[in-house]
Design a protein around this ligand. Sequence first.
Ligand code: ZN
Length: 432
Amino acid sequence: MIYDREYETMPRDELEQLQIERLQTTLNRVYRNVAFYRHSFDERKINLEKIKYISDLKELPFTTKEDLIRSYPYDMFAVPLRDIVRIHSSSGTTGKSIAVGYTANDIRHWSSLVARLLTAGGIGEHDFVQISLNYNLFTGGLAYHYGAELLGASVIPASATSDIEKQIIFMKDFKTTALISTPSYALAIANALDDLKIHPDELYLKFGLFCAEPWSESMRTKIEEKLHLIATDNYGISEIMGAGVAGECQEKNGLHINEDHFIVEVIDPKTLTPLGTGEEGELVFTTLTKEGFPLIRYRTGDIASLIEGACPCGRTLVRMSRITGRSDEVMLVNGIKIYPSQIEEIFLKLTNRVPRYLIVLGKDQEKDTMEIMLEISGIEALDEMKNILHYRDRLQQALEAATGVQSKVLLVETDTIQRMETRSKIIDRRCE
Ligand code: ZN
């Protein structure tokens, strides 16, 4: 099923024409209404009349998270505040906040874009959709809620509570057919089913839409096996819109980007030059229809690539790969690129869980070293010392095989890492 056939299957040349028209409107709007963009364009002597093709976009400067932090709360809004009907906010890993605003039109577009992705994920008006995402200043819960209601589905706003058993009770009592959550929360539900000795067939689940954190193909397989559903990946970022930016269809081979509302570019995060289809780099988005909070060439920090070729589902919208990491998290160890997500993948393979961990990079003579600190609590199989040592050795071998970097695993007591109060997963001691 395709929710919005006209736009989702639009011939590419028509789509590009639509994009350029919408881009020109957006550029004029931000130049008129947002001092940041007016100054930024004037400073670079950019003549907006000359932006005639999508390829001209590269003449324009990037917008960064720091720009949004500096303009907190309202300086990037492009409409008078009386026209804003919703505000969301996030504080990233730095702890500094950004705020985004939506007009009534923005909310309408947002809901219909989410409805597209729900449909692509298999959900229809007859489904009971349990939304186990936070309902607060984070965009996730409310975005899926509005989209699912627009679709005509029955919405169960369960939110992401710490009481997993309660989630399972909702699923049984309300006969939930679709689950929307983060992948790790879905896995926690699956593990709780095991603990409670509930067979997944006692539930009614058919579809799962997962979002808000990077996950892997093997995690998908695990969730599908344990919950007996079809799991699809979704991508959103609150600066751009929240959920609704991109999502997988039933082919499960990349996420279709809603290109009639967003232009996507992939750039090399170091040189900032645009990369071609298939090349992995940082995602950059330009919004095309947003009134409240339009952004030009926003650097997301998320690493992915665009996928070549048409999708058998019939959608003509380009697909992106899953997010493999963050541009600020990529580590170059002895010349080899490593993302924390690769390491989490290994934890998952060995124990079905991702424990709390920290990567410590150091130097021994001229060579980089990698040490993984890992809290062993919560891994049931590790109640005996010999199991612990065996696990450590297996982990060390698996890490070296996957990354090509000699690594050391240091198992630590519960809360050791939490007490260190580091916000990053990586401590780089190589330059100290
Ligand atoms: Zn498709």
